[in-house]
Design a protein around this ligand. Sequence first.
Ligand code: F6P
Length: 340
Amino acid sequence: MRIGVLTGGGDCPGLNAAIRAVVYRAARHGHDVIGFLDGWKGVRDDMARSLAPPDVADAILRGGTMLGSSRTNPFAKPEDAERVLATLDRHRIDALVAIGGDDTLSAARELSRRGRKVVGVPKTMDNDVAATDWTFGFDSASSVAVDALERLRDTAASHHRAVVLEVMGRHAGWVALATGLAGGADYTLLPEQPYDEAALLQHVRAGVKRKGFALVVVSEGVDLGPRKGSAGGKDEFGHELLKEREAGPEVARRIEAATGIESRSAVIGHIQRGGSPTLFDRILATRMGATAVDLIEAGRFGEVAVLRGAEVIGVPFDEALREPKVVGPGWIDLLHTFDA
Ligand code: F6P
């Protein structure tokens, strides 16, 4: 067989580990692998390279994606969809592995509905893909954010300040949850909860009273109400771009204005998405990439490799593309157990 592979959407640590697993598992079965560059853009515009085990031997160590990525929607225009099918035919692709989040997997499902043999691998630092317990990229990104919070703790303590750390997570607060919980924040704002300024100020004051400083984690997706600079535009899949919203700096301004406590903010943005994957992400990405090839071998097209408990299994695209997975009440309750 000739197996195609692509990575689409925002990059995250573990993508190279997944590509490597696809290539090695395919090679074991005697299949060739063709990597498409820059996500669906590479399939639309015919940009490809062949991939053999020596090309990916050390890839498990590296962040980013060696294939490149983009947020291209290949079904945005009918002529683009035709170009996608023509590229797959030109390369005699028997089956395609699409590695990505909701948007990339939605396009993969559409290709599958048009009769092509496609399987999916979920990835995203946001951890918001339905049907999988965890996505790779999340553990690495959250670990970077926790490290940032620990550094901010030192300087917040030295200067007796309130410090706000803004972390990524488009509409799901998983990274903020993990950072607040594991980093010992005094309060954490998630998009899953309505913004409650009175609670925020109460916990900041309590933190300062107890130990002389306060740490607040804010998810970029928190809705702070209408204000300047919130119009960041939309991407090709219709998602609002959050880069202009500056939730963290705004929360710091509000804390200082209401309490008089000197406040600062830090936005770590794409720093969270770079760097070497953690052990957890390397192993998860490896298992999912290998399982994607196993699904192809078994003729189980139209499925996505997901983590359920301790097992990586295949589920239909529709199941993986239900509503995005958000932080549930049990997690929120645990998080607020540790509020200052
Ligand atoms: O979806 C992953 C993600 O990192 C979000 O957490 C973030 O809002 C978005 O991508 C940023 O996208 P971009 O890399 O296009 O700025």
